[in-house]
Write a protein of this length. Structure first.
Length: 152
């Protein structure tokens, strides 16, 4: 059996580009036991600030994990099964949006791509309050990942 090509590390720029292209990834938080808790999440990537933002509700287990231990990682699949990016850092959990159009509600609204903005913005902001939504901000201090160049 012949050995194929080795994975090649991706540059910081390529990793950031991959994070920007994808919309879904796996967020890893830490349980009390130290084992990871993995959740598939929709996210938005801010390459300049190096922050991945996630919308979630206050009652989710990941929120409790992050309040206890802010260390987290986001794994994002590349264009094929052989490429990926991981963004590691510390996460902060925002306050819950409590008034339609407050700062947290506006931040949540800003996470939605332009082509998917709600037609009734006020109703959307009211829904965020009713759902007790908040923002998880993963402040990334390390990026890593690889690609495997296979012809086929």
């Amino acid at each position: 059996m012949t050995q194929g090509p080795a994975p090649r590390p991706l540059s910081d720029e390529a990793l950031s580009e991959l994070l920007g292209k994808q919309r879904f990834g796996t967020l890893a938080t830490l349980k009390r036991s130290g084992l990871p808790h993995l959740t598939t999440m929709l996210y938005s990537w801010d390459p300049e600030a190096r922050i991945a933002r996630f919308s979630t509700t206050a009652d989710r287990i990941k929120v409790g994990h992050l309040r206890r231990d802010p260390r987290a990682a986001l794994h994002v699949q590349g264009g094929d099964v052989w490429s990926f990016a991981v963004a590691e850092g510390e996460a902060e959990v925002s306050e819950i949006t409590t008034v339609p159009g407050d700062d947290v509600g506006r931040e949540l609204l800003g996470m939605i791509p332009q082509d998917a903005k709600p037609q009734d913005e006020e109703a959307f902001l009211e829904q965020l309050v009713a759902e007790r939504r908040l923002v998880i901000r993963l402040k990334v201090d390390r990026l890593y990942g690889t690609a495997l160049d296979i012809e086929g």
